[in-house]
Design a protein around this ligand. Structure first.
Ligand code: C5P
Length: 296
């Protein structure tokens, strides 16, 4: 996470994530789903500015697709700050400015990345002294993906996706993101998965781990897979057509990230050319970015 530091303010990049592989193994007693997933950070990020102030303030500027209005209190950044206040017993008078570039409800972990950046940044700027393990458990209580976003890089996630194991860094492959103008509701996509007949386990995550261990880019690109994709396509059939368009435009493979709605494609030739073709063909935002496989 890039950091510009002054004595009274801090700016952090809150990078998005994709799931190179995501297997849903079943339902946990609390209704959450047991996952075996391989996360990788993306270069594309939101930006969080934190300043010491006299009172809490949050300003949100939308630069990316699909602006949504974030309430002052009930959003992941504010919740991260309140959790830090609760666990340290201190008031944290921070003024926060969040520049959003990652699409909302896009499966790229935008909200989770913002929350992780808030935990790290506030801990540093206000010298709260919380060790990484304490931040990790606060992160996991904020959401299944926040724990990964805290460290970033390349990791396998089990349990809810928050039991993490570091993996060899994914190569810096360029990817094209196609963000359709629809926000996928994560609980609804999981509920659609619940209603479907369960397919046999694919072993996609284990194969992805082996591809990463071998540094085999071809196997990484051809091995991307997401068990949530058929459930998301059932709710939002347009996703299937978009995926087909990505393959026709020159992607070797394309996969839904998380519960969607962003599709991540791996271009065969020039990524710029593939992105230009897609911009002409699909009614969705198209971004070029790359895997940022090395965490903090
Ligand atoms: O943890 P987070 O708030 O990101 O999860 C949002 C929703 O996604 C949960 O309320 C749950 O319905 C679903 N979910 C799940 N299993 C997971 C992660 C998320 O069922 N491992």
């Amino acid at each position: 996470m890039a950091t510009l530091r002054s004595s009274r303010s801090l700016t952090l990049a809150a990078r998005g994530k994709m799931n190179l592989a995501l297997e849903v193994l079943g339902v946990l007693p609390d209704g959450y789903h047991a996952l075996d997933t391989v996360f990788c950070t993306l270069e594309l990020s939101d930006v969080l500015h934190i300043e010491a102030s006299d009172q809490f303030r949050l300003e949100v500027l939308w630069e990316g697709p699909r602006p949504v209005s974030l309430p002052q209190e009930d959003n992941l950044v504010s919740r991260a700050l309140r959790l830090l206040e609760k666990s340290t017993g201190q008031t944290i008078p921070a003024s926060l400015k969040l520049v959003k570039r990652l699409p909302a409800a896009g499966g790229l972990g935008g909200g989770s990345a913002d929350a992780a950046a808030a935990l790290i940044g506030l801990n540093r700027l206000f010298e709260l002294g919380l060790p990484e393990a304490a931040l990790g458990s606060l992160a996991a209580s904020l959401g299944a993906d926040v724990a990964f976003c805290l460290r970033g890089g390349t990791a396998r996630g089990r349990g809810r996706g928050d039991r993490l194991e570091r993996l060899p860094p994914a190569p810096a492959l360029e990817v094209v993101l196609v963000c359709p103008p629809l926000g996928c509701s994560t609980p609804e996509v999981y509920a659609a998965w619940d209603r479907r007949v369960r397919p046999p386990a694919t072993g996609a995550s284990q194969r992805m781990v082996e591809a990463l261990e071998q540094g085999n880019s071809e196997a990484i690109v051809s091995g991307v897979a997401n068990d949530l994709e058929p459930a998301a396509v059932e709710l939002y059939p347009e996703l299937h057509r978009l995926r087909e368009s990505m393959l026709q435009a020159g992607c070797v493979s394309a996969v839904l990230s998380g519960s969607g709605s962003t599709l991540v494609g791996f271009p065969a030739g020039s990524p710029q050319e593939v992105a230009r073709r897609l911009e002409r063909q699909v009614s969705a935002e198209v971004h070029l970015t790359r895997l940022e496989g090395t965490g903090r």
